[in-house]
Ligand binder design. Structure first.
Ligand SMILES: Cc1cc2nc3c(=O)[nH]c(=O)nc-3n(C[C@H](O)[C@H](O)[C@H](O)COP(=O)(O)OP(=O)(O)OC[C@H]3O[C@@H](n4cnc5c(N)ncnc54)[C@H](O)[C@@H]3O)c2cc1C
Length: 298
């Protein structure tokens, strides 16, 4: 019996060592399966009785989900179960995409980063997920597989509501691919939280920018926002507005205002909708300025 008198539910636990075994188990148990990467969201939800899986599938031992791969085109693929600390301590990843440290190093504290994966952060589908805006701004795609085959989903298209994704119950996120870094490009993720650490983003902004060869004009700008809608938001249409424009206070203001206008926040105990919209503008401006500085140094 649980404290309070509720019956304990029997839970099966498996730790498959091959992808084929994991996919077969997932296909067998579908919605009754609980996929466990780091468990820092899954276990918390189980303890709170928000989910009650009958079959835990621990994916930490599956090679494909723990690999980092850089192909001949310099596209970076990160296994979905790799914990955050391995991301920002991996020299190959940091040489190619140092900005990933912006999000990997702020998800929880050191203990959480020892377990928590980008895959879990993505599939948990919290609107506040800190890995997501930066990855969306970098044009990341999700490599998904089931017993029926493989498919690729743009990260901005993965989310269907708070805690909901478009993944089928028998699909596993295998890895995340970030396309080749362009020359003269830079990116940044920042968030606002009431405390210095270990809090949920009131607003988070991921920005990626590519500059013209003379470093004076925008070539491309992508912005994504956390915590200001039921899902992470990709701010559409920015390229159309500022591509080719000179980088100055006015063009930066255009980008940050577009982010503000794309947000659809609610008011809650962490902040009012109005405050969040204001933060969208401020954080996007700051993240954009840092991304521009990084692109100039690249
Ligand atoms: C103290 C604490 C602090 C936290 N701080 C932050 C923070 O600052 N920022 C933040 O964004 N989050 C934070 N979190 C939430 C959590 O740590 C992150 O979301 C983390 O990245 C989840 O990763 P995980 O590997 O632990 O996922 P898990 O808990 O293992 O999985 C999360 C969900 O995704 C599903 N899933 C996992 N992997 C896959 C896959 N490959 N394919 C399909 N589905 C999958 C699981 O079934 C589950 O529903 C915090 C949590 C705690 C407990």
């Amino acid at each position: 019996m649980k404290p309070g008198g509720a019956e304990l539910k029997w839970i099966d636990y498996s730790s498959p060592e091959t992808l084929a075994e994991a996919l077969s188990l997932l296909n067998e148990h579908q919605k009754d399966a609980g996929i466990l990467a780091g468990g820092t969201d899954l276990i918390v939800k189980m303890r709170a009785d928000r989910i009650n899986p009958g079959q835990i599938i621990d994916i930490k031992s599956i090679p494909e989900l723990n690999q980092v791969n850089i192909n001949s085109n310099n596209d970076l693929t990160i296994g979905s179960a790799i914990p955050c600390y391995k991301i920002y301590n991996n020299d190959d990843i940091m040489n190619l995409r140092p900005e990933l440290k912006d999000s990997a190093s702020i998800i929880g504290g050191t203990q959480i980063q020892g377990r928590a994966s980008f895959g879990g952060n993505i599939c948990n589908a919290a609107p506040s997920a800190d890995s997501v805006p930066l990855l969306i701004s970098l044009g990341a795609t999700c490599n998904v597989q089931s017993v029926n085959g493989e498919r690729t989903i743009a990260l901005e298209d993965l989310f269907s509501g708070p805690g909901q994704t478009v993944l089928e119950p028998n699909e596993l996120l295998i890895s995340i691919t970030i396309p080749k870094k362009s020359d003269l490009s830079g990116a940044n993720y920042i968030r606002f939280i009431p405390r210095n650490e270990m809090d949920i983003a009131v607003v988070g902004t991921g920005v990626s920018v590519t500059l013209s060869s003379n470093k004076k004009n925008f070539e491309s700008v992508r912005v994504s926002l956390a915590s200001v809608g039921p899902t992470p938001i990709f701010v559409d249409g920015i390229d159309k507005e500022v591509s080719g424009q000179e980088i100055n206070d006015e063009s930066i203001r255009v980008v940050s205002n577009m982010a503000k206008n794309a947000s659809k926040p609610i008011s809650d105990m962490r902040g009012t909708a109005e405050f969040r919209q204001h933060l969208c503008e401020v954080l996007t401006r700051r993240a954009l300025i840092t991304a521009i500085e990084r692109a100039k140094e690249a």
